[in-house]
Design a protein around this ligand. Structure first.
Ligand code: COA
Length: 325
């Protein structure tokens, strides 16, 4: 039997740190409010010249190095992102060229903050169907460029970064199961309204600040807590594993209260939950691969451990992957 295994991970975040105290000078907020409501203390902000593809490139090089795989060996590149360098061409194509991954086909995948989990599941199914090859799966974002820095309800939540994983076929267990879902009925809860076919860019859309993230935080919060539990239980059921088999739980890093509520509902103890939201805020599709890379490099995941990844986000979308390391 063949499995798709994670061969190496990498991540990259911009140098510039924006703390809650910095935000106190920008909007009517406080470190106390942000910390108690979200768990976030600081986030990274891309420089004007720092694009999503640049962050993706650094993360990808680190993942390739860790996997000891050359760019020419990659067959498929998928970039999960809601902040591509441009609407087209895809950020994945820009990354493919920058890496010199000449053999790879490349495309972006837009599934909100679930982008990396969706991309991982698609890559796994593709490699299994082909019966050969290697894929580079990336989650990369520069959300600071689509955040409304006058809107205190959203600007305190998001940050920039990228994470990547090289995956390939092996004869030992790797990705044990994946589970993906979507509900476009909740599309209006988290959206960027203007700039495409529904509302092309105009003076009016710019004036009304419609090129920025709009979110109904309360509704997204309730959805998130429910869906993290549901997706986790479903992927465990598919893999015929239980919560007790999970060595490390890596949920999407949006808000510490969502993470803690979901972990409590699942009965996962605190020491098995990976949290780095305090350092980066919500980096959308980059959050899970950055966390996975930090967990792996810091020794929190060891050979044979079972890791549960769970994402949720705009769409609405959700997804989980159960991986044996
Ligand atoms: N600083 C200070 N006050 C703020 C604030 C800020 N940055 N942002 C909002 N407030 C205010 C609100 O205006 C509101 O004031 P009011 O009661 O006078 O109207 C008050 O704080 C409470 O707002 P509320 O929205 O009820 O807070 P909350 O406890 O629900 O927390 C979120 C808000 C956004 C942190 C929370 O809903 C959340 O995390 N939602 C999920 C968001 C998410 O994860 N999105 C990405 C999904 S991928």
């Amino acid at each position: 039997m063949q499995w798709v295994r994670v061969l190496g991970t990498g991540s990259s975040v911009p140098e510039k740190v924006l703390t809650n105290f910095d935000l106190e000078h920008m909007v009517d907020t406080s470190d106390e409010w942000i910390t108690t409501r979200t768990g976030i203390k600081e986030r990274r902000i891309a420089a004007p010249s720092e694009t999503t593809s640049k962050l993706a490139l650094e993360a990808a090089w680190r993942a390739l190095e860790a996997a000891q795989v050359a760019p020419e060996e990659i067959d498929c590149i998928i970039v999960g992102t809601v902040t591509p360098d441009m609407l087209f061409p895809s950020t994945a194509c820009l990354l493919q060229h920058a890496l010199g991954a000449k053999r790879a086909f490349a495309f972006d995948l837009e599934a909100g903050c679930t982008g990396f989990v969706y991309a991982l599941a698609v890559a796994e199914k593709y490699l299994l169907a082909e019966g050969r090859g290697k894929a580079l799966v990336v989650g990369a974002e520069t959300l600071s460029k689509i955040v409304d820095w006058q809107d205190r309800a959203t600007c305190v939540l998001f940050g920039d970064g990228a994470g990547a994983a090289v995956v390939g076929l092996g004869d030992r267990p790797g990705i044990l199961a994946t589970y993906l879902g979507a509900d476009g009925g909740g599309a209006h809860l988290l959206e960027l309204p203007a700039g495409c076919s529904r509302m092309p860019a105009s003076f009016e859309t710019v004036e009304k600040r419609l090129h920025y993230i709009k979110m109904n935080g309360n509704e997204v919060f309730k959805f998130a807590v429910r869906i993290v539990e549901e997706a986790s239980l479903e992927v465990l059921r598919k893999a015929q594993k239980t919560v007790d088999d999970v060595k490390l739980f890596i949920p999407h890093q949006a808000n510490i209260r969502i993470i803690q509520s979901a972990a409590k509902r699942l009965g996962i103890p605190e020491e098995k939950v990976f949290v780095n939201v305090e350092k980066y805020g919500n980096t959308s599709s980059a959050s899970i691969p950055i966390a996975l890379d930090e967990a792996s490099r810091s020794g929190r995941i060891r050979e044979g451990d079972i890791v549960l990844l769970v994402g949720f986000g705009a769409g609405l979308t959700w997804g989980a992957a159960l991986i044996q390391w």
